[in-house]
Ligand binder design. Structure first.
Ligand SMILES: C[S@@+](CC[C@H](N)C(=O)[O-])C[C@H]1O[C@@H](n2cnc3c(N)ncnc32)[C@H](O)[C@@H]1O
Length: 250
């Protein structure tokens, strides 16, 4: 494993999200009432599936998931590598813990549900993460991740995506919002901007004692795609976003 690159990616995430914290919600944009209501529905289903009341949200940022989880989970803990972005989490009562997702400061078998929203593509690799999820989740507990792109979709549609990125330059938006953010730093944080290999991820979860299902969809990206594709599921390679549901075996 290239631990130097891995540490560089973590350091870049910490610096970028510390720098952007106060403007993150505005720049990220994914905050519509429709999206929040979809997240709430999803969290209620996850609670029923996980069979308990304790939620851990990884890479929680300003608390999109933990705030949607109010009135659904009685224990809600969000962890993030950026201490500044955690200060923005106003959902109460909710604990915020500064931590790297690769080394979670919790006892084994502590949580019924673990969520991870738009975070996987910021991680250099997933081996330590999956081991930690497997350790802190109770047997029968559920891991849920969403809003990361699948590699096969990029492979199939890369010319269109490249063109899209010329007109919707997220890197420029981040750099313009803080002089502490460079292009190199942004690129390091978007380490999987061309997608995550869902086959490799499936093997990793299976090898760590999970039953995993991955679905592919377009929901929550923009008003136009929400109208065109709604919440429909597509075959792998025909929708950008991956929904991962992984249940820890008893
Ligand atoms: C795109 S934001 C998503 C935030 C939130 N989940 C949301 O959907 O609004 C990615 C978050 O992952 C965090 N992050 C990146 N690498 C991390 C790591 N190794 N450990 C913990 N958090 C990390 C970042 O600091 C950032 O807050």
């Amino acid at each position: 494993m290239d631990s130097l690159s891995k540490n560089k990616v973590k350091a870049a995430n910490k610096k970028l999200y510390n720098a952007i914290a106060s403007k993150y919600d505005e720049i990220d944009g994914r905050r519509s009432l429709e999206l929040r209501s979809w997240i709430k529905e999803t969290l209620a289903q996850l609670k029923a599936k996980g069979g308990g009341d304790k939620l851990l949200d990884l890479g929680t940022g300003s608390g999109l998931i933990t705030s949607c989880a109010e009135n659904i989970f009685s224990t809600r803990i969000g962890v993030d590598i950026s201490s500044e972005i955690l200060k923005l989490n106003r959902s109460k009562p909710c604990s915020s813990v500064v931590s790297d997702v690769d080394k979670l400061p919790f006892k084994s078998n502590s949580f019924d549900v673990i969520t991870c929203f738009a975070v996987l593509h910021h991680l250099y690799n997933f081996e330590d993460l999956v081991k930690e999820i497997s350790r802190v989740l109770k047997p029968g507990g559920v891991f849920y991740s969403d809003h990361d792109m699948e590699a096969l979709f990029y492979k199939r549609f890369w010319p269109i995506l490249k063109l899209y990125r010329i007109f919707h330059d997220a890197s420029k938006r981040y750099q313009e919002s803080s002089d502490k953010i460079s292009k190199e730093m942004y690129d390091l944080t978007e380490v999987h901007e061309n997608g995550i290999n869902s086959t490799e991820l499936t093997s990793l979860f299976n090898n760590n004692g999970f039953n995993i299902i991955i679905k592919y969809h377009w929901y929550g990206l923009s008003n136009i795609t929400d109208k065109l594709f709604a919440k429909k599921c597509f075959l792998s390679g025909f929708a950008p976003l991956m929904t991962i549901t992984a249940v820890k075996e008893h």
